[in-house]
Design a protein around this ligand. Structure first.
Ligand SMILES: CC(C)CC(=O)Nc1cccc(-c2cccc(CN)c2)c1
Length: 231
């Protein structure tokens, strides 16, 4: 998160750190006691692929009473996701067991009505991703408030020139922005998850490259289907 601020500890009790070999790789968020939603691109550049999910966390490094690392039972990338496009960039992560819920560990509601979030709406995005283009990584959870950019404006030639589908949304990236390591985190509008941070262009904080977020309503059937079928 570029030019954001540290959250109050556990202000976002749905936030998850998707980790590989004990290192933060991507954001994610609890959507049910045994399920975390993240981004499919987070599975790229994995070494031996043992993922774990850290919940109830504020500082990645300090011991915290509510912090708990969960093993992963199953990783379910969206069938339409692929390395070379932004399409369907979603990942469902089933925890080995249901998370112990508390005031520090709570699921986040999903936007259920398939209605566009109007341009200009202020939404929050959080994560432990880069806080600058010099790749500095924060230890504590950061968040920033960003205005949504309408699809019409985001698809202009000098922005993404028609690349933004109705299953994606954009947010301004003028200095404040999401960045590497924030992928998979939620874009929270009116208190519910309206989008998921997609990698989009590997540029952070450049107003000409708005942040791309996978919209959630178009994927509710897939999300509910996967969760209902799993053992
Ligand atoms: C100088 C460094 C920051 C270059 C770099 O590593 N960029 C990079 C790589 C992969 C993903 C992302 C990335 C993720 C989520 C959101 C965004 C942009 N809103 C970018 C950005």
């Amino acid at each position: 998160i570029l030019r954001g601020q540290e959250t109050a500890p556990h202000q976002m009790p749905f936030m998850a750190s998707l980790q590989e070999n004990g290192e933060h790789v991507c954001g994610g968020f609890l959507i049910a006691s045994q399920w975390v939603l993240s981004a499919a691109h987070c599975l790229e550049d994995t070494v031996n692929g043992t993922f774990q999910v850290l919940l109830g966390v504020h500082s990645l490094s300090s011991p915290e009473p509510h912090k708990r690392l969960y093993n992963v039972r199953r990783l379910v990338p969206h069938p339409g996701s692929s390395r070379d496009t932004n399409a369907d960039d979603l990942l469902l992560v089933q925890l080995e067991e249901p998370a112990v819920l508390s005031s520090h560990v709570q699921p986040l509601g999903l936007q259920r009505e398939d209605r566009e979030v109007p341009g200009g709406t202020l939404c929050q995005v959080a994560g432990w991703g880069f806080t600058s283009n010099t790749k500095s990584r924060p230890d504590k959870l950061q968040y920033v408030e960003l205005p949504v950019m309408s699809r019409g404006r985001c698809n202009r030639r000098d922005f993404y020139d028609g690349e933004i589908t109705e299953k994606m949304m954009c947010a301004e990236s003028n200095k404040t922005d999401s960045c590497k390591g924030d992928s998979g985190g939620p874009l929270v509008c009116h208190g519910v998850a309206a989008g998921v941070v997609a990698t989009g262009s590997p540029v952070c904080g450049n107003w000409k490259k708005p942040g791309i977020y996978t919209r959630i309503p178009p994927y509710l059937a897939w999300i509910d289907g996967v969760m209902s079928l799993a053992n």
